[in-house]
Design a protein around this ligand. Structure first.
Ligand code: SF4
Ligand code: FES
Length: 251
């Protein structure tokens, strides 16, 4: 297959960026999108040109590192799935494909297709954990968890922290991400001791990073590779309201 790529090239946040055209001829339909970029980069290096900078790690939809906006969609046209799970057979022969970085105000630009998504890590650091005794695993039946709660917790825990939700949202909101991280602990008894402080601190960290608010456009849910439901945002709102009342009563 043959493609024409339009790739965002920008040396640093201090310099201006622009879309640069590259030909990508003779690509197998079974090549992944990132492998196709590897091939393009090898050809650029052979010609003595600067390769395209892009992020990847696991390349199997687990780590959340790949962060490409492809033809205007976070992670590209094949949902659900991360950019690393996208194959060239999904496109038509001769197609022009536009590749840009994830854009959201808190994602600071680094180079070409690479942005710093440390803002998501800082939201988790604010409260996305439990304080538990380290050591051997406790006996599984010592803390019974209702099946429905266990299922919901596992659904929320599937979030891979990619940031596509914020990149796709017209408000640059990270509420789907934050709701997944708050919910997967709120559904489990182990997460209850810090339930109030977690909701308050993570929402406050999300606001401090400059993410916007949810206005129910559902773009986040549409691009999420982990199929996190927007219903978790309602859960986050309930957790935040509950925590705010609890804090007021405690004051
Ligand atoms: S909620 Fe979905 S889109 Fe957002 S960070 Fe988690 S996996 Fe990525
Ligand atoms: S590289 Fe790990 S999810 Fe894409």
């Amino acid at each position: 297959m043959n493609f024409r790529l339009r790739v965002w090239r920008q040396k640093s946040s201090d310099e201006k960026g622009r879309l640069v055209d590259y030909d990508a001829p003779d690509i197998s339909p079974n090549t992944s999108f990132l492998e196709m970029l590897d091939i393009v980069n090898e050809r650029l290096i052979e010609r003595g040109e600067e390769p395209i900078a892009f992020d990847s790690d696991c390349r199997e939809g687990i780590c959340g590192t790949c962060s490409l906006t492809i033809n205007g969609e976070a992670h590209g046209p094949s949902h659900p799935g991360a950019a690393c799970q996208l194959y060239m057979r999904r496109f038509t022969d001769g197609e022009t494909i536009t590749v840009e970085p994830f854009r959201a105000r808190p994602f600071h630009f680094i180079k070409d297709l690479v942005v710093n998504r440390g803002a998501l890590d800082r939201i988790v650091q604010a409260g996305g954990f439990i304080s538990a005794r380290a050591g051997s695993a406790p006996e599984a039946n010592s803390i019974p968890v209702p099946k429905h709660d266990a299922d919901r917790a596992m659904e929320a825990a599937a979030c891979i922290g990619c940031g596509a939700c914020a990149a796709a949202c017209p408000n640059g909101s990270a509420m789907l991400f934050t709701s997944a991280k708050v919910s997967h602990l709120a559904f489990l008894p182990q997460g209850h001791p810090e339930r109030v402080t977690r909701a308050l601190r993570m929402v406050s960290a999300m606001d401090a990073e400059g993410f916007g608010n949810c206005t129910n456009t559902y773009e986040c849910e549409a691009v999420c590779p982990a199929e996190i439901s927007a219903s978790f945002i309602a859960k986050l709102n309930r957790e935040f309201a509950r925590a705010s009342f609890a804090k007021k009563l405690g004051d």
